[in-house]
Design a protein around this ligand. Structure first.
Ligand SMILES: Nc1ncnc2c1ncn2[C@@H]1O[C@H](COP(=O)(O)OP(=O)(O)OP(=O)(O)O)[C@@H](O)[C@H]1O
Length: 640
């Protein structure tokens, strides 16, 4: 489904959007996507109305539901009337009519059966419609989130997004199912009851209408309080989910650094504040509902008192009084049901706002209007050029300064430097996860901004330190679910990089299911799996962010051999943490504080006796620790 939200938002930018646009521009003029996804951007029902286009394809379904609701309500309203007829006509003591009674009884049973069937059909269809709408909204949300640029994910808590896609859509579903059904069906029932009451006795019916303004006043008094209470509960629940998502994903760190108690205490605080908000919410809601119930019972009591007197003075038949009492009680049931749905409406308003906040976001990095088409020539071109590239994640905090290099197709280059020097940032820019602040990056002679992002990514294969493993089999993880890659190609890819050695030892070989995050594989095995992925997908360029954790020497040998195999005939960029990985590189770039301070091959750099030489001297030590020594050496050089 297209994105009706977005289409509408683009046509009619409201003041909130303009505000959002302002907030989302940084001083460089680029969008920085720092959205407050919890912000209630539209007052009242606007957020929900904006979601209505998702219900459009289901319009006929709703018409049918409407028809079933009419049938259900007619049967419900008819029943007290049938009892009235039976009491006043057939049970008349002076002239009883047994045949008439039987007929009324049969009609009553028939109306009950038809009512139940109509109600069943109505509820099932409503669920079907509601779930179909939610499926479409969820799909759009997921696509929309997945299309956002990296800075969106840098600044948005994943838990917030999980709440958006799961809870918020479910709450909106309740609007389309419970609230819709309740309002339509009970609203209709209310109209029919009022109609039946006027048919029975217009005067008594008019007296009964005094209830309407009282109900209105009660609703008005509670409305604001309830909205505030619901908003608080939703925000606090979302805080709990965010905390949970972040803590579970970082559970290892929490355990290693003995943070369990502290985190549990924080969680307890969030939980308590959610509990308090929830109790307040229910307290308000229950006070509201009970006030209405009290009013309903008072109305019934008044009807018994006043109506009974009228019956005794022969101003009304007993059956009519019975029907009136039933209608008055039934009159409150739909009002109560509709107001019970007030909660649903309020939650749905908040959720619709939050969904809208996500759907209105535009990705900070956009594809060009006329992208360069990737043909076979370009696909085989692995040349890379950085032309005076500078970059900052935040204005005034430059991370890369005047980076300038050219890598020829098929070259193997290494990047070394202390932590925070900017190695990963170079790779992120190459993949256009971010746009350069200054300068230009070319791949195959074309500016990366001229490609569609998907096309650019198809040219580049990435092997990260922590290889991401999807839920699925080993084979699925090598072909990345692409049906055009055959089983044979999967096996060949694994053999090429030597991953077959461990795969064949797994219980079901290539069909072994992998657990979330590949926890049933070692780090080295995951690296080999990622290499096999590269061979199967066959990009012209690969980026390897070498794992920092030390591998045992045998596994390291396998990973080195795998890297050799995968880098054959591909342009290979390696962020190296062990110098042995890049010893044979064509060129090594040494980075310090966002600048390239040295470049050359291993021998030349060692001979130069600078930064890299210091690193080499300390090669027993991890790359991250070399900077201090290197700095001292540079300072020594400067003074001599
Ligand atoms: N997403 C981000 N948002 C803001 N600042 C960032 C982001 N990623 C990195 N930085 C900052 O940019 C600088 C360069 O980081 P980068 O990750 O490129 O360094 P690195 O050389 O790859 O380090 P490491 O070897 O530790 O991975 C650091 O100061 C870092 O704090």
């Amino acid at each position: 489904m297209s994105d009706p939200m977005n289409a509408k938002a683009q046509k009619q930018p409201d003041s909130n959007q303009q505000q959002e646009s302002k907030e989302n521009k940084d001083s460089n003029g680029t969008r920085n996507a720092t959205p407050d996804l919890d912000r209630s951007s539209s007052k009242g029902i606007t957020g929900l109305i904006r979601l209505l286009p998702y219900a459009k394809p289901r319009v006929w379904g709703f018409v049918l539901i409407f028809a079933f609701a009419i049938i259900f309500n007619i049967t419900g309203t008819l029943q007290p009337y049938l009892v009235k007829v039976a009491i006043d006509n057939d049970l008349n003591i002076s002239n009883p009519d047994l045949r008439g009674l039987i007929i009324i009884g049969l009609v009553y049973i028939l109306s009950v059966v038809i009512g139940v069937a109509a109600n069943y059909a109505q509820v099932v269809m409503l669920q079907y419609n509601g779930q179909s709408i939610i499926r479409a909204i969820r799909l759009d949300l997921f696509r929309h989130i997945a299309n956002q640029a990296m800075q969106f994910f840098d600044r948005t808590a994943i838990g917030r997004l999980v709440t958006n896609v799961s809870n918020d859509t479910e709450t909106v579903n309740q609007f389309f199912t419970q609230f819709f059904l309740s309002t339509v069906s009970n609203g209709m029932s209310l109209v029919m009851i009022v109609f039946a009451m006027y048919e029975l006795d217009a005067r008594v019916a008019t007296y009964s209408m005094i209830l309407v303004p009282i109900v209105f006043v009660i609703s008005f008094v509670f409305r604001k309080r309830m909205r505030r209470a619901y908003q608080t509960t939703r925000t606090r629940l979302s805080n709990v989910v965010v905390f949970l998502a972040e803590n579970l994903s970082g559970i290892r760190i929490i355990q290693i650094f003995l943070q369990e108690k502290r985190q549990a205490k924080l969680f307890e605080q969030l939980n308590s504040s959610h509990r308090e908000a929830n109790i307040l919410e229910y307290g308000t809601s229950v006070s509201f509902n009970r006030s209405l119930e009290l009013l309903g019972n008072l109305a019934v009591a008044a009807m018994i008192f006043v109506g009974g007197d009228v019956v005794l003075h022969h101003g009304m038949e007993f059956g009519t009084l019975y029907a009136f009492i039933t209608y008055i009680r039934n009159f409150f049931a739909p009002i109560n049901a509709i107001t019970q749905q007030w909660n649903t409406l309020l939650s749905a308003l908040v959720s619709a706002d939050r969904i809208g906040n996500v759907l209105r976001l535009e990705p900070a990095i956009q594809d060009p209007v006329e992208p360069v088409q990737i043909d076979d020539f370009l696909r085989s071109q692995g040349s890379i050029e950085f032309k005076h590239v500078s970059f900052a994640y935040h204005p005034d905090q430059p991370v890369l300064r005047n980076i300038d290099f050219t890598i020829e197709p098929g070259e193997f280059v290494g990047f070394v430097g202390a932590t925070g020097a900017g190695k990963s940032s170079i790779m992120s820019l190459l993949m256009r996860f971010y746009d350069v602040t200054d300068g230009q990056i070319l791949v195959g002679g074309q500016d990366v901004r001229d490609f569609r992002q998907a096309d650019l990514h198809s040219l580049i294969g990435l092997v990260q330190q922590d290889v991401y493993v999807f839920s699925g089999t080993v084979a699925d993880n090598i072909r990345l679910f692409r049906s055009d890659i055959s089983d044979e190609q999967v096996v060949n890819a694994a053999v090429t990089v030597g991953a077959n050695r461990f795969i064949e030892r797994l219980p079901n070989g290539y069909q072994t299911p992998l657990y979330a995050k590949g926890m049933n594989l070692s780090m080295g095995e995951r690296q080999l799996l990622a290499f096999a992925r590269i061979v199967a997908l066959d990009p012209a360029i690969i980026i390897l962010d070498e794992a920092t954790a030390s591998l045992d020497s045998r596994t390291e040998e396998w990973v080195q051999a795998g890297l050799q195999a995968v880098s054959q005939s591909r342009t290979t960029l390696v962020i190296a943490h062990r110098l042995s990985t890049i010893r044979n590189a064509d060129t090594i770039y040494v980075l310090d504080k966002g600048r390239i301070v040295e470049r050359g091959n291993h021998e030349a750099l060692v001979a130069a006796g600078g930064y890299y030489a210091a690193l080499h001297e300390n090669s027993g030590i991890d790359a991250k620790d070399f900077r201090k020594n290197a700095q001292m050496r540079l300072e020594c050089k400067a003074t001599t």
